[in-house]
Design a protein around this ligand. Structure first.
Ligand SMILES: Cc1cc2nc3c(=O)[nH]c(=O)nc-3n(C[C@H](O)[C@H](O)[C@H](O)COP(=O)(O)O)c2cc1C
Length: 329
């Protein structure tokens, strides 16, 4: 039976969430996902100290819509900035604040942020305390299974997090040392679910209804979170949620609908970043929309179309290029 899903006092309205992704889940992407039926998206990770100092690119990463459900993800290593970041995110309209303790990149772990916090649970707890004291909104935590195979301590961190006031846990079912390689161990998330009395969200390698169902079955989690599977397919969360509710596949959107989603995403990107940067930043999404489209069936033709459209610099030509490509389908 489909159970409604809450985080703290917030009714989430879906059990298929879209993951925070740096360089991907900016406001235009989150709007595209929302238009395609996603109820829950998260900002790119936002460095709490840079947010507090008002660095414009970081402030832009934390931008919210003012409607829908707004979730801001913070990353950092100093409790005072995490506390202030949580407060600022709430003031800006966040409904939920998420803490990043899962990012594997050397740039992040090298400064003792992200997944590096799984090697220092006392410090992780200090950051959680700071966030929970800094905001009245629910605070959630995103982590990995552990740093490496010999230290799979996600259940321990989850328990300490719960005791410190965290309201939900997301687990990317890999260790930090796996980065994005190997297959996810969804079954290992079961130990996290058993350790806490909180909603647990399973993440990693979920790309369709079948993998979502299997991940839920193996992990015993309450919801799924989808990252890369949403690139070029912002409708994926709505489709998976539909399946979890009804047992019926939602099907992929019709071609005209895909075009509408891509063009609205482009328009938002330009409104948000200005034309030059908006087109540039949209390119990776453009490439994904073309890769995910069911044509041109010939791979080299598709590659050529992608290369041609991704070279364009004006919004109007990207728009007509996309329309033209779709007309050929
Ligand atoms: C390009 C990219 C950027 C990411 N940025 C973040 C981030 O800012 N914060 C975070 O918690 N995880 C980040 N992740 C990890 C994803 O949220 C997710 O945990 C991971 O991709 C596994 O899920 P997937 O297999 O569905 O992609 C990122 C992943 C990718 C591919």
């Amino acid at each position: 039976m489909y159970e409604e899903f809450h985080i703290g006092d917030v009714a989430i309205g879906t059990r298929a969430l879209i993951a925070p992704m740096s360089g991907v889940s900016d406001l235009p992407f989150r709007r595209a996902a929302a238009r395609a039926g996603a109820r829950y998206t998260v900002t790119e990770m936002v460095a709490a100290d840079a947010l507090a100092s008002g660095r414009p690119d970081v402030v832009r990463r934390a931008a919210l819509d003012g409607k829908d459900l707004n979730v801001v993800q913070l990353v950092g290593r100093e409790a005072r900035w995490i506390g202030l970041g949580a407060q600022m995110a709430e003031e800006a309209g966040a409904d939920i604040i998420d803490l990043n303790m899962g990012c594997p990149s050397r740039e992040v772990t090298g400064v003792l942020c992200g997944a590096a916090l799984m090697r220092n649970l006392d410090h992780a707890e200090r950051l959680i305390d700071a966030a929970v004291s800094g905001t009245s909104r629910p605070v959630t935590l995103k982590m990995r299974l552990g740093w490496d195979e010999t230290s799979r301590n996600a259940p321990e961190l989850a328990l300490r997090a719960e005791q410190a006031g965290i309201k939900a846990i997301t687990v990317h079912a890999r260790t930090r040392n796996q980065f994005y390689k190997g297959t996810c161990d969804w079954h290992a998330v079961k130990a996290v679910k058993a350790a806490v009395n909180l909603p647990v969200i399973v993440n990693g390698d979920i790309v369709d209804a079948a993998s979502a169902e299997e991940a839920l079955k193996q992990s015993g989690a309450d919801a799924v979170m989808i990252g890369r599977g949403a690139c070029g397919r912002p409708w994926i969360a709505a489709g998976i949620d539909h399946y979890l509710r009804t047992g019926m596949a939602a099907g992929e959107p019709a071609l005209a609908e895909r075009l509408r989603i891509a063009l609205a995403h482009l328009a938002d990107s330009i409104a948000f970043y200005g034309e030059t940067n908006g087109v540039k930043i949209f390119r990776k999404h453009l490439a994904w929309y073309i890769e995910q489209a069911p044509w041109p069936q010939d791979v080299s033709e598709r590659r050529a179309a992608k290369a041609r459209l991704c070279r364009l610099t004006e919004a109007r030509s990207v728009e007509t290029g996309l329309q033209e490509l779709w007309r050929q389908a």
